[in-house]
Write a protein that binds this ligand. Structure first.
Ligand code: H79
Length: 692
């Protein structure tokens, strides 16, 4: 028998320890615990550096008379490819010092770095075997990513890459820019997808990025199916790698939140904004520029103040997200001094207050009036980091709406202990007269046990319509008593405590309030439920043609135009199986109505969800059920209506101005999961002129 070497044994052991198992889509299966383990470093990190570096740094934002371009310069200045190509020979990163970059990130308190391996201009910032439009074709041929990867490793930072799906250079990428003369003849998008997969494999093999950050997924050629394949590809290449949600479609524009439960991707990606309530229940990361551009723009002087930088980091952490803060290096490989200054300032703050950011959780109390809050579990209790923007003039920091006893408090910067007293519903922390930091001062407040927060209860039901009977759930903070009324009165200590679901049988106003230790401790939450008589359905659909009749009109609209009801007036008529776009309508500058009779199997409150890019409306009979008009990326809106069993006339209006085109209609009996309306439940009116 051949002797197994040690290396051979290790190989066997890893293969046996992790038998790869995949779901039907080819994505490796993982338990929630395995997912938590994979995400652990990223959740702990909270703060990372985004680096947008590429050929666009050479013009530095200036092209002709305009000096406010950025990494989009090829598009925004409409530069023909042959005029952009020479930049490759001019790229000379002579002062690039990866160790210096990594040190700046480390000293700022950042834990990971995400650099553009390829941006929308298609230029690979590394020597790619799959392209000549790459670093390997520049005079210096330096391995910029390799140097940064090594520097990150030396500083204990995770190295990650950003790779654009949209590609303005690859001949097989589609669509072409509207203004571009470049021929699309012979272009085959599937070949581009192969190229993309191959580049991702190359980057993973060479640089082992901890995160693969995709972008540019919104164009019409990129689909959910392609997203799933690319996600599965990444996770098969590197099972522990984290992949952002822009690998898939439907991220809901700049809000960055995946709209569909089918969507793949490990975290949401709000861009240039902090979601007001965070994104509860999902991992997310806000990415943001330090001035107004991602790529280097010499004339952009609109730098955020140090205070804004620190407060944005604090704000994101208080909502349970990560903050990916951008630097656009200059073409010579140096960071602009304004960026260095801010990184150093953030670092000075993080040296003192980093414990209030790294490894913390969202505020259990929302945003207190004095600023923000993060939290962490400590032995037998909870530490709240009170992040004070407005230092109290009277030396007393009031934390309202807390039921816990305090174990103590101290100023994070100095360790100085602070006395804590109960003051009604609030804990009052005695703090020194002077704020320890001009921008955000942190006070650590230790509580006994898990937070008992005097928040108003929530009242949940799958619908606000009562058809027959409806179950309503009232819930609220741990350790609190929830009392409800159904007669419109304000809940008191005499009102019944909710122990389970409440059953409604007619129009009812439900009011709920939290009580603790015999006293009302929250505002009153109220929700109105309305008894609804289901609209009668027809016994017959009045047509035997399955599906939907679409009538379309060309035009450049910003909102839904008044669309004629009569299909006879349409410029174009299409028969289609469902409320979705046929290939012929995946285009710009068009509006359409989709008409059908829809079968409803059961009298009930029905919930509908209309998703579209751009605007749309759903009518059932003469009821406007969903108004989702306006210019927007793919996003969904819901509405509800009580419908009787039988056939109902349904009309969807839709338009697309530019960019991607999407339309989808899903429905469910209230409380059930939404599904696409099946073709079998649809009968299209016969097109005008056809025999009856
Ligand atoms: O790399 C940086 C930018 O160059 C890139 N993302 C960051 C991280 C970026 N590309 N485009 N944009 C930012 C703004 C584009 C917004 C839109 Fe859309 C694209 C508007 C319509 C299509 C995405 C999809 C947002 C709304 C719908």
């Amino acid at each position: 028998m051949k002797k197994l070497t040690l290396a051979g044994l290790c190989l066997l052991a890893t293969q046996c320890a992790a038998p790869a198992r995949f779901d039907a889509r080819g994505v490796p299966l993982e338990t929630p615990q395995q997912r938590d383990a994979r995400m652990e470093w990223w959740r702990e990190a909270r703060f990372g550096m985004f680096i947008h570096w590429g050929l666009y740094a050479i013009p530095a934002g200036k092209w002709g008379s305009h000096d406010q371009h950025g990494e989009w310069i090829r598009e925004t200045a409409r530069i023909p490819l042959e005029e952009y190509l020479p930049l490759q020979q001019q790229f000379d990163p002579r002062h690039y010092d990866a160790r210096a970059w990594a040190r700046l990130a480390k000293q700022a308190g950042m834990r990971y770095v995400v650099i553009t391996s390829k941006h929308h201009d298609g230029f690979s910032l590394y020597d790619s075997a799959l392209s000549d439009w790459d670093m390997g074709g520049t005079p210096s041929r330096r391995d910029l990513l390799g140097e940064l990867q090594a520097a990150c490793a030396a500083e204990g930072l995770r190295f990650c890459t950003y790779h654009s799906i949209m590609d303005w250079h690859h001949p097989d990428y589609l669509p072409r820019r509207g203004w571009e003369q470049r021929s699309a003849e012979g272009a085959q998008f599937p070949r581009f997808v192969e190229h993309l997969h191959a580049q991702v494999a190359e980057i993973v093999a060479r640089y082992q990025p901890a995160v693969m950050w995709f972008d540019g997924e919104w164009e019409s050629t990129w689909t959910h199916e392609l997203g799933v394949q690319l996600y599965a590809h990444c996770r098969r290449l590197a099972p522990q790698m984290i992949v952002n949600n822009r690998v898939d479609v439907h991220r809901g524009g700049m809000a960055g939140f995946s709209q569909s439960s089918e969507a793949v991707g490990d975290f949401g990606t709000p861009e240039q904004e902090v979601p007001a309530q965070g994104l509860p229940g999902v991992d997310w990361e806000t990415c943001m520029t330090m001035n107004d551009h991602w790529g280097w723009c010499a004339a952009d002087a609109n730098w955020k103040s140090l205070r804004t930088c620190i407060r944005t980091l604090v704000d994101v952490a208080s909502k349970g997200g990560n903050f990916l803060f951008n630097v656009g290096p200059r073409a010579d490989g140096t960071f602009p001094p304004e960026a260095i200054e801010r990184l150093a300032g953030i670092g000075r703050w993080m040296d003192v207050n980093g414990a209030a950011i790294h490894g913390t959780q969202a505020s259990p109390l929302g945003a207190p009036s004095f600023g923000r809050c993060t939290s962490r579990a400590i032995d037998g209790g909870t530490r709240l980091y009170l992040q004070v923007y407005d230092w109290p003039a009277n030396g007393e920091l009031l934390v309202p709406g807390l039921g816990n006893d305090a174990r103590g408090a101290h100023v994070l910067a100095t360790g100085a202990p602070c006395a804590v007293e109960r003051r009604g519903d609030a804990l009052a922390v005695r703090v020194p007269a002077a704020a320890p930091d001009p921008d955000v001062s942190v006070v650590a407040l230790d509580l006994v046990g898990a937070p008992i927060v005097y928040a108003a209860p929530t009242i949940e039901a799958p619908t606000s319509l009562v058809v027959g009977e409806l179950e309503v759930r009232v819930s609220g903070g741990k350790g609190l008593e929830l009392r409800v009324t159904t007669d419109g009165s304000v809940p008191t200590i005499e009102s019944p405590i909710v122990r389970q679901l409440i059953r409604l049988t007619g129009s009812t106003t439900v009011k709920a309030r939290a009580f603790h230790l015999g006293r009302a401790v929250s505002a009153v939450t109220e929700r109105v439920f309305t008894a609804a008589e289901p609209t009668q359905g027809f016994d017959q659909p009045g047509s035997t043609t399955p599906g939907v009749l679409i009538s379309a009109w060309p035009g450049d609209f910003d909102r839904l135009p008044p669309l004629p009801l009569a299909a006879a007036d349409a410029a174009e008529r299409i028969s289609h199986a469902e409320f979705a776009l046929p290939a012929a309508l995946r285009r710009e500058h068009v509006a359409a109505t989709f008409q059908s009779m829809m079968y409803v199997p059961e009298a009930a409150a029905w919930v509908f969800e209309l998703s579209s890019d751009d605007g749309s409306r759903l009518w059932i009979g003469d009821q406007l059920v969903i108004d989702h008009d306006g210019l927007h990326g793919t996003s969904a809106k819901q509405g509800e209506l009580a419908l009787g069993a039988g056939w109902h006339p349904v009309r969807v209006e839709w338009f697309n101005k530019g960019g991607g085109a999407e339309l989808g209609l899903r429905r469910a009996k209230a409380g059930q999961p939404l599904t696409v309306v099946p073709t079998a439940a649809l009968r299209a009116p016969a097109p005008p002129g056809s025999p009856r």
